[in-house]
Design a protein around this ligand. Structure first.
Ligand SMILES: *[C@@H]1O[C@H](CO)[C@@H](O)[C@H](O)[C@H]1NC(C)=O
Ligand SMILES: *[C@@H]1O[C@H](CO)[C@@H](O)[C@H](O)[C@H]1NC(C)=O
Ligand SMILES: *[C@@H]1O[C@H](CO)[C@@H](O)[C@H](O)[C@H]1NC(C)=O
Length: 492
């Protein structure tokens, strides 16, 4: 009351002439009607916008609209038949087309059009033994200057792969895969340096309806210990008059005592087969996709698949800090058990005498049955504690300095892999621990994942392999061929 009378007083004295009009202005907006109308307007505009957005979204995502935009929906839904694997048809077609083009180029260059075919063995074999045969066979073709005829990689059960049997009807998988989907076997001649002169088998069928067959066992007595190495020395086989030469029932090499392969090492390692060995774009793409998972990079580096091919040692440089472990399980349980009675040594290229962890069965001769079995078990089928112990030893060697990432190549069941990963993490000092089970792979890459892992292992700063696995042997071979220190290739 007092305040009001004071204002009245002031007004009367005309001391505050503008005060009242101002007050009135201030009050007016708070009048009920105007306040409500603003809020109402805001609300209705928002509602209208939301409605519009909803209508628009419904329009965009209606099946009719998608069909209208993209035509046949199936093209964009490859998972519709997710159970059916890729048959690699495009790769086969590309292999054939490139083979044809290369033949023309070689003719222009005046190279001899003579073929060598060694039918792939049809027994159960995984990628490791298949690749070993392939390397040796292409080596033979190279030495007698013949075009190598590529068969598809036809796979069967192996300790490595997630094998799926057709006959059980549960799943299906491609029975054959063109070799060029795994390695750089058929690349355009004259573009990149070539690993080998090779063509797909379909071309052989055209060019050589009646090839000259030579039975492997009828081949003349061999000089030296290794058939593929010594074959070129025999006139009978390197006979230049027969355009098409096929060797069948050729003795297999995968079960040989390792040292026999080493006889050919000096020439093999210098041949283009190893100096220009490369993995297929499909495999390299899978590597790029999983690069961060395998060993996180500190500096940005170009994607492998984006680089032009130069040579093997340039392309597959070591990845610093990466430790790769090869721990095959599955059928290896039985396989490893069967090694002790036969006093089996390391297979294939695992037996390089310069590798640090040589294995000499003769030294076990004085041991009892049980002790020998235990040694084989530890070296072929190590348990988690043994793996951790070995990794710890390797970490403290000169070659193992600065290791910070672990990648485990394995076909073991996921729970076991998790246990192993936990045990490794508990050691401390690792920035990342990952395994085969973590890989992100496309529908086709699933079937070439062993090759992806070989690429990883080949580039690891240190690799610990299984001395009785041809696949580990191939990895060791590629590492030595690319000039990595032998001390960096270890075995269990
Ligand atoms: C290789 O496999 C493909 C399917 O992936 C097939 O079309 C092709 O005929 C096969 N080639 C040979 C030589 O068996
Ligand atoms: C083969 O390679 C070795 C190194 O691995 C080298 O010392 C030798 O000179 C090479 N031989 C030929 C014939 O190129
Ligand atoms: C591989 O390629 C690189 C780059 O082109 C070159 O510097 C190196 O000498 C090559 N190495 C061999 C063994 O050819």
């Amino acid at each position: 009351m007092q305040g009001r009378s004071r204002i009245q007083d002031l007004r009367e004295r005309r001391e505050l002439p503008r005060l009242l009009p101002l007050q009135q202005e201030d009050v007016r907006p708070r009048s009920g009607f105007r306040f409500f109308s603003r809020r109402y307007a805001k609300c209705s505009i928002s509602l209208l916008l939301i409605l519009c957005a909803l209508v628009l979204l419904a329009q965009l995502y209606s099946p009719e609209a998608i069909e209208h935009l993209y035509g046949d929906m199936r093209v964009y839904a490859p998972t519709e038949h997710s159970k059916l694997p890729s048959l690699f048809v495009k790769y086969s077609e590309d292999e054939q087309r490139t083979s044809k083009e290369n033949l023309l180029r070689w003719k222009e260059q005046g190279l001899q059009e003579r073929y060598l075919r060694l039918p792939a063995r049809r027994q159960r074999s995984g990628w490791g033994p298949f690749m070993q045969e392939l390397i040796l066979n292409t080596y033979l073709a190279n030495r007698i200057d013949r075009i190598f005829v590529l068969d598809n990689f036809t796979w069967h059960e192996d300790g490595w792969m997630d094998y799926v049997d057709h006959r059980q009807g549960q799943y299906s998988m491609p029975v054959q895969i063109p070799v060029s989907a795994v390695i750089r076997a058929v690349t355009p001649a004259g573009v990149d340096p070539q690993m080998i002169r090779a063509v797909g088998k379909d071309l052989w069928d055209e060019a050589c309806p009646r090839g000259r067959m030579v039975h492997g066992l009828e081949a003349p007595p061999v000089v030296g210990r290794h058939l593929q190495a010594s074959m070129p020395l025999k006139e009978d086989v390197s006979d230049s008059r027969s355009q098409c030469l096929e060797l069948y029932e050729f003795p297999s090499t995968s079960n040989d005592m390792g040292s026999t392969l080493l006889d050919i090492w000096p020439t093999l390692s210098n041949s283009s087969i190893l100096t220009h060995f490369g993995w297929s774009p499909l495999v390299e793409l899978a590597f790029d996709m999983n690069r961060e998972l395998i060993a996180p990079v500190t500096d940005l580096e170009p994607y492998l698949s984006s680089l032009p091919f130069t040579n093997s040692s340039d392309r597959y440089r070591p990845i610093p800090g990466l430790l790769s472990l090869h721990v095959p399980r599955g059928i290896y349980q039985d396989y490893c058990r069967g090694l002790a009675p036969g006093s089996q040594g390391f297979t294939g290229f695992n037996a390089f005498p310069s590798f640090p962890d040589v294995f000499d069965p003769a030294k076990l001769a004085h041991l009892g049955e049980a002790a020998r079995t235990a040694v084989y078990h530890r070296r072929c089928y190590p348990i988690i504690q043994e793996i951790v112990r070995r990794v710890d030893i390797v970490r403290h060697t000169e070659a193992g300095k600065g290791l910070r990432d672990v990648y485990i190549m394995t076909n073991a069941p996921t729970p076991w892999v998790l246990e192993l990963k936990t045990a490794l993490r508990r050691m401390g000092g690792w920035a990342s621990v990952s395994s085969t089970r973590d890989l992100v792979l496309s529908r086709e890459q699933r079937y070439v994942k062993q090759a992806v892992e070989m690429l990883v292992a080949q580039r690891a700063q240190v690799f610990i392999g299984n001395g009785f696995s041809t696949m580990s042997g191939q990895v060791g071979m590629l590492r030595v061929a690319n000039g990595l220190l032998v001390e960096s290739t270890r075995h269990w």
